[in-house]
Design a protein. Structure first.
Length: 510
């Protein structure tokens, strides 16, 4: 079923209102419920899961340093909307089928409020996971201005909970950013890009089995999910009417597996101003932007003097990435901008030439180097699954950085796919990527480089919390652990990988 493109307007998620706010703290309550929503005007309303009756969830806007408390409340049905595979970690029949726990992706948060996958809870907090500690989460928001997002993180069903709709934006603003005079207010728009597939009746389709069915299992996890329809902010191929002026867009790939390589069919540049963790030192003009699941790019698009033009944002990233099929004309289309609104006032916003210092973390400051492999494996049903450092989720913790210490991690990819590796708690910097001899490594555990070290792409030169670890490459990242101690996770952000063993706990110790 092919839906028409550009027939529905882009929705902009509402800003969440606090229940209570004084000069010391802000308190929100956020309900998770099941409801019907129109995702395209030619489609029956779709049953989705969302926060506060909205998919994507309402945008949470906070000020850097603001003390925020959020009670995330599960009011979902007991039965999952999508097919659950009870054989994957944490989703066995001994736990309730519908579990939730919310993680603010990219935020620096005390571990008890970070959304640890086994800190899940059910409706009314009747049942909770072994690491559940509190009902009301605390966010100190020490971070600089940046584009974060919140999403579900329950062990073994994250892919299903997020696909059902449990994701939203979390924006941190600060004074320094305000002084830059970037496009703001209604000219600052978050764009959550996702792929989905629909059944004829408008319901969400999620596969029950991979290509090669597992006979003993009614439902089996798939190694990847590639949808045939693209949505932005919960609408299929929407359009946005814009004025002939500059706009700031916060691009987020919130898809399960799909990568995007975004371009404007007008040949225009994106002026990228920020990465996952906030503003870059200088803006860069780029023709295309690659986003793996969970990556963000903060960009300015200038529609000045383009009155009457329609501009399409396209995608040409293969799926799965980088060796899969190129997108067709449907999945190769994301959304349309229509420069049809009159200029409501003179555009005085700017693309600043300098946005602030971005000190490089020095390699010499690292007190520890870790060599961590990304591996393929096979389970007893003959299903392929991926591991980090050849270890399953339940294996004892091996990554235990000291509070305040700096480490370099070598991500040694022995698989044939690119994996977006995400660490909770901290932002890192990418040092470089380098080709190496995979066969030699598998035999002798020796890294023999076969090419020069490649510096991060210009679009990655800033604070990152998710990095693309490409096949046949060693990707090096550097970070300082803090300001909290406790239990966190690092994982692949392809949700089908994360749910099936490509996730590891790590602990920051004193
Ligand atoms: Cu976006 Cu561990 O998550
Ligand atoms: Cu992966």
């Amino acid at each position: 079923m092919i839906l028409s493109k550009f027939v529905d307007e882009l929705p902009i998620p509402p800003i969440l209102k606090p229940r209570w706010k004084d000069q010391f703290h802000t308190y929100y309550e956020v309900n998770m419920t099941e409801f019907k929503q129109s995702l395209h005007s030619e489609l029956n309303d779709t049953t989705v899961w969302g926060y506060e009756g909205s998919y994507p969830g309402p945008t949470i806007e906070v000020e850097s340093g603001e003390k925020v408390f959020i009670k995330w409340i599960n009011n979902l049905p007991d039965k999952h909307l999508l097919p659950v595979d009870y054989t994957v970690h944490g989703a066995h029949v001994d736990v309730p089928e519908v579990r939730t726990v919310v993680h603010v992706h990219g935020a620096s948060v005390e571990w008890e409020s970070d959304g640890y996958p086994e800190a899940w809870f059910t409706k009314g907090f009747k049942q909770v996971g072994p690491y559940f500690r509190k009902q009301i989460y605390r966010y100190d928001n020490y971070d600089r201005a940046c584009t974060l997002w919140y999403h579900d993180h329950a062990l073994g069903i994250t892919r299903l909970n997020v696909y059902a709709g449990l994701a939203g934006f979390y924006l941190i603003r600060d004074h320094r950013e305000r002084l830059l005079n970037l496009p703001s207010g209604k000219y600052d728009i978050p764009l959550m890009i996702q792929d989905k597939t629909f059944n004829k009746d408008g319901s969400l389709y999620y596969p029950k089995q991979p290509q090669k069915p597992v006979p003993e299992l009614e439902t089996s996890i798939v190694p990847e999910f590639i949808g045939d329809t693209i949505l932005v902010n919960g609408k299929v191929w929407p359009y946005l009417k814009v004025e002939p002026r500059k706009y700031r867009f916060r691009l987020l790939n919130a898809s399960n597996t799909r990568f995007y390589r975004l371009k404007l069919d007008s040949g225009q540049l994106f002026y990228q101003i920020g990465t996952d963790g906030g503003l870059m030192q200088h803006p860069i003009g780029v023709k295309e932007i690659t986003l793996a699941p969970a990556e963000r790019a903060d960009v300015i698009i200038d529609f000045t003097n383009l009155e009457g033009k329609n501009i399409i944002m396209t995608n040409d990233a293969p799926a799965p990435f980088p060796t899969g099929d190129p997108p067709d004309e449907n999945t190769g289309t994301v959304m349309q901008f229509r420069v049809t609104l009159p200029l409501s006032n003179i555009d005085t916003s700017v693309i600043p030439s300098y946005m602030g210092p971005l000190p490089k973390i020095k390699e010499q400051s690292a007190s520890k180097i870790r060599y961590l492999t990304l591996n393929d494996n096979m389970d007893k049903y003959g299903r392929e699954f991926m591991l980090l450092d050849n270890k399953q989720w339940d294996a004892p913790i091996t990554e235990n950085p000291k509070l305040g210490s700096t480490e370099i991690w070598y991500l040694i990819n022995l698989t044939t796919a690119t994996h977006p590796i995400h660490l909770h708690l901290i932002d890192f910097q990418i040092l470089d990527r380098r080709d190496f001899d995979v066969e030699k490594f598998k035999k002798e555990r020796i890294i023999q480089y076969t090419g020069p070290a490649i510096p991060p792409e210009p679009q990655e030169r800033g604070w990152k919390d998710t990095v693309r670890a490409n096949p046949n490459q060693v990707t090096r990242i550097i970070m300082k652990f803090g300001p909290y101690t406790g239990l966190y996770v690092w994982h692949c952000h392809i949700l089908e990988h994360e749910d099936y063993e490509m996730m590891r706990p790590y602990i920051v110790i004193r």
